[in-house]
Design a protein around this ligand. Sequence first.
Ligand code: GLP
Length: 262
Amino acid sequence: MEIIIQPTPEAGGIIAARIIAKLVRTKPDCVLGLATGSTPLATYRELVRMHHDEGLDFSRVTTFNLDEYVGLPPEHPHSYHAFMDEHFFGHVNVPRARIHIPDGMARDVPAECARYEAAIVAAAGIDLQLLGIGTDGHIGFNEPSSSLASRTRIKTLTERTRADNARFFGGDLAQVPFHCITMGVGTIMASREVLMLAFGARKADAVAAAVEGPITAMNPASMLQMHAVAKCVVDEPAAAKLSRRDYYRWVFANKPDWQRIA
Ligand code: GLP
């Protein structure tokens, strides 16, 4: 895994946006896996800026989001559909027909999950999957003990994740759904490249366990150690518990020119 330590979440978000933009420019019909939460916000802001100021064109891009809450319709203000519209899709030119987010209102959830997996396959797979990480090491909504081979399915959120996400529901824990549909760890691992972001001291333990700990279902992000093309962008507080952080900084500072991020 390549660990990229940046001074601030803004700087980390810009690096991530540059990695994504480079892919969009070199492969205009690429398939992006997208994430929600506060972590990718700076990345979306920079991609929107690049769209407006530099003409970054998403007209042939296809997207698949990681997850959605069960029971929230797309128009619900706290649904991930609404989140993505507010922070990204409403400001760039990804065609509606190419946007995929699990349907949290599906009556037949297993059928919806199978449909989602089939849609990813029909799009020839995900080129780059953007990820955050939960304070408990979850990716998507794959909570600790999730199968490391799992595919898109329903999951029950932990109390910790519900409490972490209550801030998106006006701080009202009672409003946070108990269930979600999420890509599995296996679905994420099938993408050709993964880009995980983590900012803030709250993430330091989860990041250290994911990057330097054993591969374990108790920290689903640790499975990314098995991915051949995985990058992890962190700010200083999130990197604080990485024992080899000086080495990661040295590697990043001494990359050959051809490997530098545009
Ligand atoms: C959420 C999402 C994840 C996200 C994580 C961290 O619940 N399902 O995709 O990466 O938890 O959230 P945040 O970025 O707000 O800290």
